[in-house]
Design a protein around this ligand. Sequence first.
Ligand SMILES: Cc1cc2nc3c(=O)[nH]c(=O)nc-3n(C[C@H](O)[C@H](O)[C@H](O)COP(=O)(O)O)c2cc1C
Length: 217
Amino acid sequence: MKRLLREDIDALDKRFRAALINSLSGFKSANLIGTCDIKGQPNLSVVSSVVHLGSNPPLFGMVMRPPVVPRHTYENILATGSYTINHINLDIAEQAHQTSARYDREESEFDAVGLTPLWREGSRAPAVKEAKVRMGLQLIRDIDIKENQTRFLVGELKWVEFPENAIAEDGYLNIEDAGTVAISGLDGYHQTDHLGRLSYAKTDKEIVRLQEVMQGF
Ligand SMILES: Cc1cc2nc3c(=O)[nH]c(=O)nc-3n(C[C@H](O)[C@H](O)[C@H](O)COP(=O)(O)O)c2cc1C
């Protein structure tokens, strides 16, 4: 085993450190964030930091890099209060990754990478037509993380769309069947392999396998 102490980490090459530290939070969700400016100019960017904050009301958080250089996604969200979260699927992973390039404000990443904006009632921001799981959010909080100038945005879910056959009777959404991929580090993309679902854990009950697709257990 390699063991690094904090002083070793601080001494690492900047890019190496970023790759390593970004890998440590495990598999992350792969999303395209759709926004537009006040004139309606669309923007798209890949974001892996989306987290579930609560279901009632339905809230999601995401981390935005420090706005020390132009950050179109962040600026657009502040200006319009609106954004969409679109799951990246197998078919669009490369196009999605390309949206992380620094395009000019006037250039739409939708056009640049060949994805289609989808305008939905209830959102000023465009969604991604090629995504199979998409949702519209309203910004409710912009939190300054003082230690490193990142921003933590909290958004409230306004609408969601997914393939009708992807939802189980109990509400579980089978995102693997929808082709949703996962991200590791800064540039690792993963196709997932579902191990199965387990019963609600209780101190006096044994865990029961809920599905037959459990080869890995
Ligand atoms: C795999 C991956 C994950 C990323 N995750 C985030 C993220 O969580 N937050 C963020 O601010 N930027 C993230 N980025 C960087 C943005 O995609 C990138 O800064 C992009 O150029 C922003 O575009 P914009 O200026 O149009 O908003 C990520 C990039 C990649 C490749």
